[in-house]
Design a protein around this ligand. Structure first.
Ligand code: PLP
Length: 383
């Protein structure tokens, strides 16, 4: 049809209903499906955990957006992550970027370590270190990339890491939650699996928890599909519908939110209270050239450091349009302090983040209103 995301986002997995002509397919709640004689399945549907038409539509949608033949849907981003980790065996090493989503680190460190999978963290921007890890005697079987990273917005070269991993026959996974396929398509850059917390930009409205995976590999799909059914962390049909409805507007939301974030990042860079702004769209971002090459727009997440934690706490409590809350990626703007909030689970680890760091998830409101809200909050929290 086309490979333009704007069009795919609207049409992927959205064929009008064959029987009724309904332009929006019905949410199929049935948990079981009539067989035409024993084993005579209609369209492969048998039991709701194994497969469901609404879930299939969502799985086709993410596959199409990421340019893959296969998509899989889960009850949450972490359920999808858990499914990926089932690909590893006891004794395998797992390599993860050192600035990942706190819950991903917690799962690897607190759960998978107990089952004999050792996780190492590394700054994956350091390609010599990545090459050394894959060239070592006991190389990692899988590498986990999150780019841009959370909350410091580091940008990792997906093709370079995937190339190094391929030499050691390791699987490259990209958590594409922050960028979405609108901004970058990791499978085109050599990744084997791409994963999303659909709770964020794909859902886009802070009203559904979900996870998604896409892959071009038939072998990986088969193993993931087995575990999706065997372990059972599947999303409800209603949740699948909500994520699909969010996906329809992905392109316009990402375009607008990213434009807003750039306005705010430039403005924050000039504020005397702000020590440092982390945003991939700033000309002085350490990976500006890579951003240019790898990302269509710089995205809508940014973070900045103030002089001290107390100041950061007061600021985050003083905004009115920006809601003080965890999570990200929805139409409304959010503000939070990663150290005591989203990143509390990495507090005493090598992944700990600065205490005075403030993170914004920039929404699609008018940029001038967002800037005015921050300005008023700076003033109100000055004393
Ligand atoms: C939220 C998030 C996750 C986890 O997803 P859930 O849907 O909350 O389970 C994973 N990775 C990133 C980057 C996230 O922001």
């Amino acid at each position: 049809m086309t490979d333009r995301i704007e069009t795919l986002a609207v049409h992927a997995g959205a064929e009008p209903d064959l029987h009724t002509g309904a332009v929006v397919p019905a949410i199929q709640m049935s948990t079981t499906f009539k067989q035409d004689g024993v084993g005579g399945l209609r369209n492969g549907f048998e039991y709701g955990r194994s497969g469901n038409p609404t879930r299939l539509a969502l799985e086709q949608a993410i596959a199409s957006l990421e340019g893959a033949p296969h998509g899989l849907a889960y009850a949450s981003g972490l359920a999808a992550t858990q499914n990926v980790l089932y690909l590893l065996d006891p004794g395998d090493r797992f390599l993860m970027s050192d600035d990942v989503y706190g819950g991903t680190w917690r799962l690897a460190d607190k759960v998978w370590r107990r089952y004999g999978i050792e996780t190492d963290t590394l700054d994956l921007r350091d390609l010599d270190a990545v090459a050394a890890a894959f060239g070592s005697e006991h190389p990692p079987k899988m590498v986990w990339i999150e780019t841009p990273s959370n909350p410091l917005l580091k940008v990792i070269d997906i093709s370079a890491v995937a190339r190094l991993a391929a030499v050691a026959d390791a699987t490259t996974v990209v958590d594409n939650t922050f960028a979405t396929p609108y901004i970058q398509r990791p499978l085109d850059l050599g990744a084997d699996l791409v994963l999303h917390s659909a709770t964020k930009y794909l859902g886009g409205h802070s009203d559904v928890i979900g996870g998604l995976i896409a892959t071009r590999s038939d072998e990986l799909e088969e193993r993931l599909r087995f575990h999706q059914n065997a372990a059972g962390a599947v999303p409800s049909p209603f949740d699948c519908f909500l994520v699909m409805r969010g996906i329809r507007t992905l392109a316009v939301r990402m375009e607008r939110a990213s434009a807003n974030a750039l306005v705010l990042a430039l403005w924050l860079s000039e504020r005397p209270e702000v020590e440092r702004v982390h945003y991939p769209g700033l000309p002085d971002h350490p990976a500006a050239q890579l951003v240019e090459r790898q990302m269509r727009v710089p995205g809508a997440m940014l973070s900045f450091e103030l002089r001290d934690e107390e100041r950061a706490r007061r600021l985050a409590g003083a905004t009115r349009l920006f809601t003080l809350a965890e999570s990200l990626g929805a139409v409304e703007s959010l503000i939070e302090l990663p150290a005591p909030m989203t990143h509390a689970s990495v507090a005493d680890s090598s992944l700990a983040v600065p205490a005075s760091l403030v993170r914004l998830s920039v929404g699609i409101e008018a940029a001038d209103d967002l800037r005015a809200d921050l300005e008023a909050a700076f003033t109100a929290s000055a004393t």
